[in-house]
Design a protein around this ligand. Structure first.
Ligand SMILES: NC(=O)c1ccc[n+]([C@@H]2O[C@H](COP(=O)([O-])OP(=O)(O)OC[C@H]3O[C@@H](n4cnc5c(N)ncnc54)[C@H](O)[C@@H]3O)[C@@H](O)[C@H]2O)c1
Length: 273
């Protein structure tokens, strides 16, 4: 399939954390391309609202309430998807974030054990559990798994040790799974940078944003749609020869940091007060 012909008609996708932010945008992008979308989220109301939006636009969609850090919820999410829609072709392991949903959770001396465990559970354990749960059904027809990393998983930022380590683990897991599940299932990761969502706009003060953007060559935040378009591409057969990759959607942030660009600064990120 060529990019110009991209269609997800006949495909069934599960998107975790699909109820808001980047996950919601991915659900809408997949749905617009013709996929049947199972919107899975901890928050039942959000998941149902997105599934309703997709159905109102003429698509097929269902909502599942699931905590993807729990094995039993994940098994139920996949069982319900198979029962309602017959198969699963795409899994987007999008649920994640920093514990407490702050963009920064503090330097190592202030990091609580609970923050560390929660951050690894929602980002890494969930990716393992959900990927394992779709492996058998996907092996039958082929499939695509997309994991949500972060630029911090490629280049750790000071002030975010647990989140950065968790996203680096997600990226490493992506590569292990890509090797193990080939040739039937492709596994890739996205590494978004500063993306504008309701949560990020709520949590960041204006002066922090100006500081953060000074490390972004393209000089602006990315949109959820820009991340969703990359997820759609990796999910589709247009990316049939791509596996084990990490695609940065970060306005050049990682390139700038890795090349020791003099403009890249340690911003001393701390939990917003
Ligand atoms: N927004 C950014 O700037 C940014 C940048 C890089 C990476 N990311 C990553 O992208 C992903 C989505 O981020 P976002 O900013 O859209 O987040 P968000 O907080 O706006 O939305 C996350 C969604 O996931 C759901 N969720 C949380 N824990 C869950 C669980 N245990 N089980 C099921 N659902 C759960 C929430 O209910 C929510 O609907 C995350 O993995 C995040 O780490 C975001």
């Amino acid at each position: 399939m060529r990019l110009a012909d991209l269609s997800m008609a006949g495909k069934v996708a599960i998107v975790t954390g699909g109820g808001q932010g980047i996950g919601r945008a991915i659900c809408l992008a997949l749905g617009r391309a013709g996929a049947t979308v199972c919107v899975a989220d901890l928050d039942r109301g959000c998941a149902e609202a997105v599934a309703g939006e997709l159905r109102a636009a003429g698509g097929e969609s269902s909502a599942v309430q699931a905590d993807v850090t729990r094995e039993a919820d994940v098994a139920e999410m996949v069982r319900v998807t198979l029962e309602r829609h017959g198969h699963v072709d795409v899994l987007v392991n999008n649920a994640g974030g920093a514990s407490g949903q702050d963009f920064a959770i503090g330097r190592v001396e202030n990091l609580r054990e609970r923050d560390w465990d929660d951050t690894f559970a929602v980002n890494v354990k969930s990716t393992f559990l959900c990927s394992r749960a779709v492996t058998a059904p996907m092996r039958q027809r082929g499939g695509s798994i997309i994991n949500m990393g972060s630029v911090t998983g490629l280049f750790p930022f000071p002030g975010m040790p647990a989140y950065s380590a968790a996203k680096a683990a997600v990226i490493s897991l992506t590569k292990s799974l890509a090797m193990e599940l080939a040739p039937h299932v492709r596994v890739n990761a996205l590494a978004p940078g500063l993306i504008e969502t309701e949560r990020t706009s709520r949590n960041r003060r204006a002066e922090q944003l100006i500081q953060l953007l000074s490390n972004v060559p393209l000089g602006r935040m990315g949109s959820v749609e820009e991340v969703a378009d990359m997820a759609l591409y990796l999910a589709s057969d247009a990316a049939a020869y791509i596996t084990g990759t990490v695609m940065e959607v970060g306005g050049g942030q990682v390139w700038m940091a890795e090349n020791g660009h003099p403009a890249f600064r340690d911003l001393g990120i701390r939990r917003p007060s």
